[in-house]
Design a protein around this ligand. Structure first.
Ligand SMILES: Nc1ncnc2c1ncn2[C@@H]1O[C@H](COP(=O)(O)OP(=O)(O)OP(=O)(O)O)[C@@H](O)[C@H]1O
Length: 237
């Protein structure tokens, strides 16, 4: 379970980018975090994965506190930013093995997973090429594979649907669903409300650092579309 309790964060004293955010996500849930530009999604994500410090609150994954046990927490977590920075001078396979070695993944299992996921994402044939020769979408696919081979407890993604072709988007959703069915938590931010509506069990709408509405997709949208509820929540001052 991921527990975010009373999380507040300011970049500038007196201005809260996150204001008393509370979120609980059970194992196996697919959770979408939606909000306007500047609402605080990336700030929340970077706080959860331990990149940003925060002044108030607690973040726990299966009871492990990011502040008290950051290494243990990070071992269970895979994070894919909206624009992943990879190592241009490595080949795709060198990068995947580098990540696999850092996390001490079993060699046989990792090799099987690399073949499976790179075939799924149709970049198997490109793994021997330098990352510098990859397109933006291919880099995103490589970053996704590096996360999937770890089978993390928490997979957290910032805007994962931007820049992927329809096949890759479909494949990513299928693999995310598989991971959730195996008990992982999938947490992502998105501006693509149709995908969030169809794909997620749970959702939170954030505005100016505050959670406006949170719950199951049905609880949040009722008999309206997610877009309608989002507009109602975020347009009003
Ligand atoms: N490094 C920073 N220094 C100062 N203020 C920042 C910094 N990063 C973000 N902010 C501010 O924090 C607030 C939340 O930004 P954040 O990037 O979390 O929003 P977001 O919801 O991810 O937006 P987007 O959808 O545009 O990616 C904004 O007001 C932003 O200007």
């Amino acid at each position: 379970m991921l527990e975010i309790k009373n999380l507040s964060k300011s970049y500038v004293p007196g201005i809260k980018a996150l204001d008393n955010v509370n979120v609980n996500i059970a194992n196996g849930e697919i959770f979408a975090f939606i909000g306007h530009n500047g609402a605080g999604k990336t700030t929340a994500i970077k706080s959860i994965v331990g990149i940003l410090s925060f002044e108030e609150g607690e973040i726990l994954l299966d009871g492990v506190n990011i502040k008290n046990a950051p290494i243990e927490f990070k071992k269970m977590t895979a994070y894919i930013p909206d624009n992943p920075e990879l190592y241009d001078n490595l080949t795709g396979i060198q990068y995947l093995n580098f990540i696999a070695n850092i996390y001490k993944l079993d060699v046989e299992k990792r090799n099987d997973d690399i073949v499976k996921y790179s075939r799924d994402f149709e970049i198997y044939e490109d793994l021997g090429n330098l990352i510098s020769s990859y397109s933006h979408g291919m880099k995103q696919k490589l970053a996704l594979i590096s996360a999937f081979i770890r089978h993390p407890k928490l997979l957290i993604l910032d805007e994962p649907f931007v820049g992927l072709d329809p096949n890759a988007t479909f494949k990513m959703k299928t693999l995310m669903k598989e991971m959730a069915d195996a008990g992982s938590i999938i947490f992502f931010s998105t501006h693509v409300l149709e995908v969030a509506e169809k794909f997620c069990d749970h959702v939170a709408i954030i505005k100016k650092g505050k959670i406006m509405k949170i719950g199951t997709m049905n609880e949040v949208k009722g008999d309206k579309s997610l877009e309608t509820v989002f507009m109602e929540m975020t347009d009003s001052e």
